[in-house]
Design a protein. Structure first.
Length: 492
């Protein structure tokens, strides 16, 4: 590869940022994506009552999920429960799968409330991985660790109602032991194998203030820290200087992937005139720093990935009348992201100038204008209920890239939509409650960029993806299908 093409390829991939965080509540933690990646709900390991209604949440309570999103919402619990919510998802075209078994116990009393959750998960790797390494090893020699990995998620929260004030406060802590993150293997398409290990922690402080007339204000402050290590194995052809014989030698590279997020979320809702109608609004802000990002293939230069500021503004409306529930959310997400690369040594520019070591070589400025719409309806009559919903996400961004080595700059625009219909059924009895919910997401796949007539894989995971593509995106379509079963047993 000549220096000019190598510089262009680095510029195409230099801003790949990942923040695989076990967040709950899409409004509190705002994900960033620049490629339409097909990825499942790996980190969604908590029960939800509105999943079959597309997860509408701004003006409609989710009795099961709310305490895990905002710990102060546990004050609305009307008793104590033991819950299990097995979750399964698969990606078409043999793109991977996951099986999770979460257990939770939540309790509420006149003054105190709290809960704990533990989830075990098996994550299966895609079967159609790209790369050349499989030619050196028979399929029968594939290790068990390369086919599947196990993750563990733990959660705890506690809160208190302040007597006579209508105010509740709560705090929560979650910890994840991660041996795999969905999609990371695709970042190292030429590798022979990848060993992943790391963790994620999430701290939340919540406030709920309920006023006269049915009005309420919710607030959540969060801090999330994610850190992973990737030990990547490559098979290199080397020639013996004395014998002239070519042999295959294994090379191990260790890469760190770290992201820290600070966030604040506000939600206000109140009744409207008319039986059962409510309206609500949200405002959210996330600041993300990315101190470490792995060196992906053909990108072996030190760099500081940068930072991002993500916000959203939304309005929701709902109606609960008798056995019927209806909800709709409209959310707008303006996001700004700045990423860059730095020179590891003095570097010459195209015009003969020189960049000192540590100077920025490539700068990527993203401006996002995303939107989310959710609509859902449900009906429960005595012991039986059903739900239907639809979520639509529109992603749109403008990339302004400056290459200080080639002394060029360019502007690129990309946009796409992701459609997720949802459905659900429920059976309710005095002794227990069973809920099933499913979803199917289309409009995503395995993206790439066109580069010198070849397709370069750029498929990532469902967290933050801030990749600066050099050319228009390509897409191998895929669909993500998720099934969730929740069993809730009251214990008093």
């Amino acid at each position: 590869m000549n220096p000019s093409n190598q510089t262009n390829f680095r510029a195409a991939l230099i801003a790949t940022l990942l923040a695989f965080s076990p967040s709950v509540g899409v409004a509190q933690y705002i994900s960033i994506k620049t490629v339409p990646v097909a990825a499942g709900d790996q980190f969604f390991v908590y029960p939800s009552e509105n999943f079959g209604m597309a997860g509408v949440t701004i003006a409609l309570d989710d009795r099961l999920l709310d305490p895990f999103v905002n710990p102060a919402m546990g004050s609305r619990l009307d008793g104590s429960y033991v819950l299990a919510s097995p979750t399964f998802y698969s990606i078409s075209n043999r793109g991977g799968a996951s099986r999770s078994l979460p257990f939770a116990a939540i309790f509420g009393s006149d003054s105190w409330f709290g809960g704990v959750s533990l989830a075990m998960q098996q994550l299966e790797a895609p079967e159609d991985q790209f790369g050349f390494a499989p030619f050196f090893r028979a399929p029968s020699q594939q290790l068990l660790s390369e086919k599947a990995a196990n993750n563990t998620y733990a959660f705890g929260m506690i809160g208190r109602k302040i007597p006579g004030s209508g105010v509740s406060v709560g705090g929560s802590f979650s910890w994840s032991n991660l041996n795999a993150v969905d999609g990371v293997d695709l970042l190292y398409a030429l590798s022979d194998g990848i060993e992943q290990f790391g963790h994620a922690v999430d701290f939340r402080l919540g406030l709920l203030s309920e006023f006269a007339g049915g009005r309420s204000l919710q607030a959540v402050a969060l801090h999330n820290r994610f850190g992973m290590t990737h030990n990547v194995s490559y098979l290199d052809w080397v020639v013996d200087d004395q014998t002239g014989i070519w042999t295959v030698v294994e090379r191990i590279e260790r890469n760190l992937d770290q992201t820290n997020t600070w966030g604040l979320h506000l939600n206000y809702d109140q009744p409207l005139r008319g039986e059962g109608w409510r309206i609500g609004g949200i405002v959210t802000g996330n600041y993300k720093s990315h101190p470490k990002i792995p060196n992906y293939e053909l990108m072996n230069i030190p760099r500081d990935p940068g930072n991002s500021v993500a916000t959203n503004f939304g309005v929701g409306i709902s109606r609960q009348r008798g056995p019927v529930s209806f909800g709709m959310d409209l959310i707008y997400e303006p996001i700004w992201s700045d990423t860059w690369a730095v020179a590891d040594a003095d570097t010459s520019t195209a015009s003969g100038g020189r960049l000192a070591a540590g100077a920025k070589t490539v700068e990527n400025d993203f401006v996002f204008s995303n939107a989310v719409m959710r609509i859902g309806v449900g009906r429960e009559v005595e012991s039986f209920g059903f739900q239907l919903g639809l979520q639509v996400k529109q992603f749109s961004y403008r990339l302004h890239q400056i290459d200080r080595i080639a002394e060029t700059e360019r502007v690129q625009r990309e946009s796409w939509m992701e459609w997720t219909p949802t459905w659900g059924l429920s059976l309710r009895y005095p002794e227990f409650e069973i809920r099933y919910a499913g979803s199917a997401t289309s409009g995503t796949g395995r993206p790439g960029v066109v580069w010198e007539g070849a397709r370069v894989s750029a498929a990532l995971e469902s967290g933050d993806i801030v990749l600066a593509p050099e050319d228009p995106l390509t897409l191998q379509d895929a669909m993500v299908v998720t099934h969730r079963v929740s069993v809730s047993i009251p214990i008093r």
